[in-house]
Structures are given as C-alpha cells and as structure tokens.
Write a protein that binds this ligand. Structure first.
Ligand SMILES: C=CC1=C(C)c2cc3[nH]c(cc4nc(cc5[nH]c(cc1n2)c(C)c5CCC(=O)O)C(CCC(=O)O)=C4C)c(C)c3C=C
Ligand SMILES: [Fe+2]
Ligand SMILES: [Fe+2]
Length: 368
C-alpha cells in the first residue's frame, strides 16, 4: 500500500500538538558492530557527502567503514556513560525539561526527542506521534546554525516520512536560532559562571563543527551564522576582537573545510606563547563525541604538548535552565496561533511534572 492505514478517527477528539527535538544521532553502543550501521546511514546521506553515489559507495564500503567503525568505537568508549551516549542522554533530558517548561507556561504539548541517524529514529517517533493523534507538529532541530548538511537533512527526513502518510499533520519547521536572544544569553551565563569559578583566560576559542568549504561557496549560510553567534556572544561578554577566536573542528576527508581548523590553531597559539585558553563549542547544544573526546581530550593534549599551560573546556548548554527557557521561548514563537492551552487541572499537573523533571535532571548531573 502506497499510503499507510491511519489510526481510527474519533469525532470531537481534539488534535494534539507536539514538538520533535531532532539531534544528529549516535550509535547504540560504543562497539565497532554498532558504530558501523550508524556511520553507514549517516555517511550515505547525500546532504552530508556530496560525491556521486556510485563512486562514494565503493569508497564508503571499501575504505571508510571497515577502519573508521573500529577507530570511532574506541573514541565512543572513552566518553560513554552508564546511561548511554552523552548526545542521546542530554537530548532526551532536554525534551523532558522543555515539555515541563512549556507546561509551566500553560502549553499542553508533547515534546519528544528523535535522532536523524540511529535511534530513536525520526520515522519511528513520527509514527508514534501519529498513532497518538498529533495533528500539529513543530520540528525543532538541535542545531542553532542552519546548514544543508544537518538542518536541511532533518527536513528531508521529515518530508520523506510524510510522503507515505495519508493524514499529514500541520507542519512547522525551525530553520535556525543562531542569533536568538535567549540562546546567546544562555551561552553568556554559562561562560560567566565558568569565569566566576576559574578566572578569565587570555583567549576564548569558540569552536564550531566544520563543513566542506565548497558548501560555503555554493551558498550554505552556516559559516556566516557561526560567525554571527560568536560576534553576539563576544559582545554580550564584553570581549574585544583580540580576546576571542572562531575555529572549525572535526574535518573529515582530504578536501578543504572551513578554516581556521581548531587543533592546528591551538597548537600555533601555544607555540606563540599563549598559556591560558578557554574552549567552548556554541554550535553543539549537547555534549557529544565531538566535544568530549575531540575538544576536551585530543585538542587539550595538542595545546599542552605544544607549550600551553592551562586549557579549560566550557561544557555545552545541555540541561542548563537558561537554555531550556530559551528553547521554550523559541518553541512558543513558532507555535503562535496553535491551540496549546492546557485546562487548569492539566496545567497544575504539568507544573508539578516540570518540578519533578528538573529535580531528576539535577540529580543526574545537570549544571544549573
Ligand atoms: C562527513 C562529513 C560530515 C559533515 C559534513 C558533518 C557535519 C556536521 N556534523 C555536526 C554534528 C555532529 N557530528 C558528529 C559526529 C560525526 N560527524 C561526522 C562527519 C560529518 N559531520 C562523522 C563521521 C561523525 C561520527 C564520529 C566519527 O566517526 O568521527 C556529532 C557527534 C555524534 C555523537 O554520537 O556524539 C555531532 C553532534 C554538525 C553540527 C555538522 C554541520 C554543521
Ligand atoms: Fe559531524
Ligand atoms: Fe561567512
């Protein structure tokens, strides 16, 4: 059947509103056997690797997957937590906290997390929402800066899922929030708190995930949005241009990516005599392999080996309450006009849920 059977329709039952918080995804376990299918799904996405399909198939299956799966599994093992992959754990907690925060503001909406690659898969989450009677859906990618490689890929997956659905919900998409006042304020508070505890560095490095330089030349606004985020944060912190730096990390393959690259830049700074640096990753809303292993371990070691003395990593926003409040405001803005009012009894229950959710997140190590 081209279009699937819909759940039974009930007259008079109000349609529900939901938000799906979509992050990149992560393997199910820190093993080569689990990393391989995740990498295969991720790296087979034409939004991520723009090489003709047949050529890429041979490179991916012959040269990349057999080696990278093993190497990456080792890295994942170094950051894995008892609850699972940090990226998944943080994103799930953010969804729970966002549901509570919106409940406190009087909105009765479901908030669920989904992964673009791996599990819980976006199609499985969207199917579950449909079965639960969701008629309005806000797609909220976990990426503040728009990129074709991430944001548009998320939208592709949503569209291709609904291309086989008969009763499609009303859809709204959050394209970006790189300059959102609440997001910048959450970043500012997190840096300020870190400085109150450890003092100020000689330089604040803001490292963003890289993308091939070719995508910038072809019109992807990601590079500009990263720089705008950095500029707004630097202004909020009262930093001069000499006191901060924007770099790009996680280069993949041999082609040129956005520059300057994070690791060589920090090595160069150390060799030039810079002793004390703080590094943060404003483009990642949850700590993950790229921040915990690459930035907090590999790049730290590069900087110290090259002669640096103090390297401090400022964690991602994760379950930071100012960040959850920013997510709630971004969601409210995009849900305008949708009937999301909770009745008073349900509203009281949601306020209680929010408090319990916050306590749980704090007990699990959230930073406030
Ligand atoms: C191959 C090209 C890649 C592009 C383009 C790319 C863009 C991109 N990625 C993120 C965010 C994340 N990437 C993560 C891991 C990761 N990224 C790539 C490759 C590209 N990313 C790979 C192969 C991997 C897997 C790990 C590895 O083998 O090195 C993650 C972390 C996932 C986790 O499980 O913790 C995130 C998050 C952005 C924002 C972005 C473009 C803007
Ligand atoms: Fe990536
Ligand atoms: Fe630019």
């Amino acid at each position: 059947m081209r279009f699937e059977q819909e759940p039974a329709h009930h007259h008079g039952k109000p349609g529900r509103t939901a938000i799906v918080l979509v992050n990149l995804g992560t393997p199910d376990a820190p093993t080569a056997a689990a990393v391989r299918p995740y990498l295969k799904e991720f790296l087979s996405d034409p939004r991520v690797v723009e090489i003709p399909k047949a050529v890429w198939w041979f490179i991916l299956n012959g040269a990349i997957l057999p080696f990278r799966s093993k190497k990456s599994a080792h890295k994942y093992a170094s950051i894995w937590t008892p609850e699972g992959s940090p990226l998944l754990v943080h994103t799930m907690r953010q969804a729970t906290l966002l549901r509570g925060a919106l409940g406190e503001r009087g909105h009765q909406v479901e908030v669920v997390a989904a992964m673009r690659y791996g599990n819980p898969s976006l199609p499985s989450v969207l199917d579950k929402l449909r079965a639960d009677g969701c008629q309005r859906l806000l797609v909220l990618p976990a990426y503040p800066q728009y990129s074709g490689t991430t944001t548009a890929s998320t939208f592709d997956a949503v569209f291709s899922h609904y291309a086989r659905v008969r009763n499609v919900p009303e859809l709204r998409l959050v394209r970006n929030y790189h300059d959102d006042a609440g997001y910048i304020e959450a970043l500012r508070q997190s840096v300020k708190k870190h400085w109150d505890k450890h003092g100020r560095p000689e330089r604040l490095v803001m490292s963003f995930h890289g993308v091939p330089k070719r995508t910038l030349m072809l019109g992807d606004p990601y590079h500009c949005e990263c720089h705008k985020t950095a500029r707004l944060l630097a202004t909020a912190l009262g930093l001069s241009q000499q006191e901060y730096l924007v770099t790009f990390q996680s280069r993949f393959g041999k082609a040129e990516w956005l520059q300057p690259y994070t690791a060589p830049t920090l090595q160069k700074l150390a060799k030039e005599g810079l002793k004390r640096v703080d590094v943060m990753c404003p483009g990642f809303t949850s700590d993950c392999l790229e921040t915990l292993e690459e930035i907090d371990m590999e790049v730290r070691s590069d900087f110290l080996t090259a002669g640096g003395a103090e390297y401090r990593y400022i964690p991602c926003l994760n379950e930071n309450p100012a960040w959850i409040a920013a997510l709630a405001s971004i969601s409210e803005r995009h849900m305008q006009g949708w009937p999301t009012d909770a009745d008073p009894v349900q509203r009281a229950a949601r306020v209680q849920d929010a408090a319990i959710g916050r306590e749980r997140a704090l007990a699990l190590g959230a930073r406030d």
